[in-house]
Design a protein around this ligand. Structure first.
Ligand SMILES: [Zn+2]
Length: 398
């Protein structure tokens, strides 16, 4: 005769002790290192769960338990909505060799009813569940990571060759607030590489064109237009509300200003630059690696460089570098992987070589060194920054 659920429950009780919500609260708050596993379906978990609980729906328990709790003797507390599913799940874990498994009687309902604290994860809409479904499949992103992306505030300096792909991909990935600083209008010569803009928007402010493109791509994204030039009078105010600054500017005065303001404010600067057929990207994180001045303490004097119009840049190239900047920005937001702090990715496209060079903080750096000499922001004289032999490996047409 087939076993009834009642039979299964009583068999399970023999191998899986049950604790009341009060017991669980007390032991968890003693900090004894229990892993709390919520075995309900994802939708139930999303609506509310115990603080610190991990979601492993019962149907996935066999497959996921090993990555969640590799040590089979580690103490585990399981719970569901009412105490039945977790009890049966406990028996499954015992059969898989887990020795220290407890089920919470009364489940999440009993926990809430007893007035214990609980939390709800970000509620995603049906559109968001679809839109970000490929992110949800990655353990490194998941719903928590997507919530971080949606909460993140990233400022892109420039909506040009670098800023276009960066902002485009960040918006696609669901970075919730994207600021764009640019005071130019779209010119037809931009369209060979600045993919945010379109032919029918020639003459339109780049910030506006960027906003139209990004919001058409993803309505989750709030785009803030800063139709201005970054200078020493506005940079601190401009950066203050953003988590990460992505530097896609095309000139030295702005690059030094962005660097110095980021060091002063302790903001991470995701740097990129391009020249003709080569480009580079790195992450300057104050306190954890060098800053731009550790590499190039002072800008080259004006006049050392040819004019902007003389510098060519291959279409697509800014796409490569801007995508590295977008990727690094996402890693920083997610806390995933190893960011390019203290390392510089250099891409040479004609031979197609990608090198990653180590960078070190310079203790004599005038900005972030042990005895910094630069105490205030500097507006360097305006000039177009191009290759300055011996000064920098690659320079800059965004
Ligand atoms: Zn430095």
């Amino acid at each position: 005769m087939a076993k009834t659920i009642r039979d299964l429950m009583s068999e399970s009780r023999q191998v899986v002790p049950e604790w009341t919500p009060d017991d669980v609260r007390q032991r968890v708050s003693n900090g004894a290192g229990y892993t709390l596993i919520d075995v309900r379906e994802k939708e139930e978990f999303r609506e509310g769960h115990l603080p610190g609980a991990v979601s492993v729906p019962r149907g996935f328990l066999d497959m996921r338990i090993e990555e969640t709790v590799p040590d089979r003797d580690a103490p585990i507390i399981l719970y569901c909505a009412g105490g039945t599913r977790s009890l049966l799940a406990g028996r499954t874990l015992r059969e898989l060799g887990y020795t220290n498994v407890v089920s919470m009687s009364g489940g999440f309902g009993g926990w809430k009813g007893a007035g214990h604290p609980w939390e709800a994860d970000k509620q995603f809409t049906t559109d968001q569940l679809n839109r970000y479904s490929r992110h949800f499949l990655l353990p490194e992103v998941g719903e928590k990571g997507q919530a971080k992306l949606l909460d993140a505030k990233v400022l892109c300096i420039g909506a040009g060759g670098l800023g276009s792909p960066t902002a485009f991909y960040l918006a696609a990935a669901g970075v919730g607030t994207i600021g764009i600083v640019d005071m130019d209008v779209v010119d037809v010569s931009n369209l060979q590489r600045q993919i945010l803009h379109t032919n029918d928007r020639v003459g339109m402010a780049k910030t506006e064109s960027a906003r139209l493109t990004l919001q058409a791509l993803n309505p989750d994204v709030r785009v803030i237009e800063h139709r201005t030039r970054v200078d020493s009078s506005n940079v601190m105010e401009l950066f203050r509300d953003y988590d990460i600054i992505v530097d896609g500017c095309d000139n030295f005065p702005t690059r030094y200003l962005v660097n110095d303001a980021c060091v002063m404010l302790g903001k991470t600067n995701v740097h990129g630059s391009i020249f003709q057929f080569e480009g580079q990207a790195t992450v300057f994180k104050p306190g954890e690696g060098p800053c731009y001045r550790c590499l190039f303490p002072e800008p080259p004097p004006p006049g050392m460089a040819p004019s902007c119009q003389e510098a060519g840049v291959l279409g697509v190239l800014p796409g490569l570098i801007g995508c590295i900047q977008a990727l690094e920005t996402m890693k920083l937001i997610l806390g995933a992987g190893t960011p390019l702090i203290g390392r510089l990715a250099h891409v040479e496209t004609l031979g197609m070589s990608v090198r990653v060079l180590k960078l070190r903080r310079d203790p004599r750096c005038p900005m972030c060194g042990d005895n910094p000499t630069i105490k205030e922001l500097i507006d360097y004289e305006e000039f177009c920054g191009l290759r300055n032999p011996g000064a920098e490996p690659s320079a800059h047409v965004a």
